[in-house]
Design a protein around this ligand. Structure first.
Ligand SMILES: *Cc1c(COP(=O)(O)O)cnc(C)c1O
Length: 361
């Protein structure tokens, strides 16, 4: 593939791929041999747009000043997407464009420099080309791609940084969760408020979520289901997934707002569900509505949607101390059907009608 960006490559002396057990790809455990690094400076005298030449280098520790602004004031943003091994052996980055656009929106919200599209796209392509052996071909497996950026400028007064580092690393993964989830509707702590940064994939959102998630784990749940910051009355999303409910045979998901992350998987599933003829609604879902739906048995499924989790069935929802169990799921469950369709498109077994696949080669 012809790239517009010149990317220098310094290869690792030894590959670590032999240390990987591809039959047990625990999420987040393995990283591939290389990473892409590209620096930005407002004041770079030589560069035309402030961006250095990107480089593919061996995966290694980053060096940064203790005064690096990211460490203190939280200018960090990340993305998460996946590359799949297709049926014919080629490699597909799923919905790369949409991830780039969201990356740019998150960066803008955090006052950070935005890497040009070519650096993002060509950087990913080059990196995957160099580490193509790391793209697994198991049915639930993929190469997880983690582009991120942080304020690297060393200055300890709070300010918008003038220097940033853009990095991409990758690692083979299976789906995040291996069994159906127990979630707790959270009504004390909040993840994001109107006007805040909930719609940005910035590091701080996750740091703040750890404590309430730990409390929920101590109570026997896997994750929290966040509610709105104002009234704790409407469901928002889960830890790193958007959520969907099937009530009266309609797939319902809360509408996007500035306190909900605009998930690419969410969007994909909504498009596919409509195409497959399911009734779909983006509308507020209140906690009372869920309780009522459980009492009347009109709720038949609940699931999370995200790149890491893919489609993650929810088995139980804790609401105000009552644990409500969802009916058992089978192959014919709606979320299973959607997941199979998504998988078929990403691996080239079904037509890519919407131009979601970006074939690397
Ligand atoms: C990344 C993320 C999601 C899911 O987004 P995808 O694009 O589908 O991976 C949902 N919620 C939060 C908070 C996230 O960080």
């Amino acid at each position: 593939m012809e790239l517009l960006t010149e990317i220098a490559v310094r290869k690792a002396a030894h590959s670590k791929i032999k240390e990987v057990n591809f039959d047990e790809l625990e999420f987040g455990k393995y990283v591939s041999d290389h990473m892409l690094v590209c620096d930005y400076s407002v004041t770079a005298p030589m560069a035309d747009n402030g961006w250095d030449q990107p480089m593919v280098v061996p995966f290694s520790n980053l060096s940064l000043s203790p005064a690096a602004l990211a460490l203190h004031y939280g200018q960090t943003v990340f993305e998460g997407m996946k590359a799949f091994r297709m049926q014919d052996g080629r490699i597909n980055i799923f919905r790369m464009e949409r991830h780039y656009e969201r990356f740019a929106r998150s960066l803008q919200r955090m006052c950070m420099a935005i890497p040009p599209r070519e650096i993002f796209v060509d950087g990913l392509v080059k990196l995957i080309e160099v580490d193509q052996a790391w793209v697994p071909d198991g049915s639930d497996a993929a190469l997880y791609l983690r582009p991120f950026m942080y304020a690297s400028e060393a200055k300890f007064g709070i300010k918008i940084a003038d220097e940033y580092r853009f990095v991409i690393f990758t690692g083979p993964v299976n789906e995040l969760f291996s069994r159906p989830l127990r979630v707790k509707v959270e009504t004390e702590y909040v993840r994001a408020a109107k006007g805040g940064t909930g719609a940005a994939k910035c590091g701080g959102n996750y740091g703040g979520a750890l404590f309430p998630t730990r409390l929920a784990r101590e109570m026997g749940y896997d994750q929290v289901l966040w509610t709105d910051a104002k009234e704790n009355r409407f469901i928002e999303e889960s830890g790193s997934m958007n959520v969907m409910f099937v009530i009266n045979d309609t797939i319902i998901t809360p509408p996007l707002s500035d306190s909900i992350l605009d998930g690419v998987t969410r969007d994909t599933l909504l498009v596919l569900a409509e195409e497959m003829g399911y009734a779909v609604a983006e509308r507020p879902v209140s906690v009372e509505e869920l309780e009522e739906a459980f009492e009347k048995k009109t709720i038949t499924e609940a699931f999370g949607a995200g790149t890491a989790a893919v489609v993650a069935p929810i088995q139980m929802i804790g609401i105000n101390g009552n644990d409500y169990t969802l009916p058992a799921y089978g192959k014919q469950s709606l979320h299973e059907t959607l997941k199979r369709k998504l998988h078929a498109i990403r691996t080239g077994r079904e037509e890519d009608k919407y131009g979601w696949n970006y074939i690397v080669g």
